[in-house]
Write a protein that binds this ligand. Sequence first.
Ligand SMILES: [Zn+2]
Length: 45
Amino acid sequence: MLGKVLEFFKNLPPKKCAQCGKEIEEQHECYGNVCEDCLGAAYHR
Ligand SMILES: [Zn+2]
């Protein structure tokens, strides 16, 4: 049972920024679908 769960997580694609396509390393849910750079750019507008 545990093995199946681990396999599921291994098959998950890396999280990518919805704006620039950069892979997001952080797993914080609050980042949503954009990387820190795009998040910061949005704040500067
Ligand atoms: Zn980005």
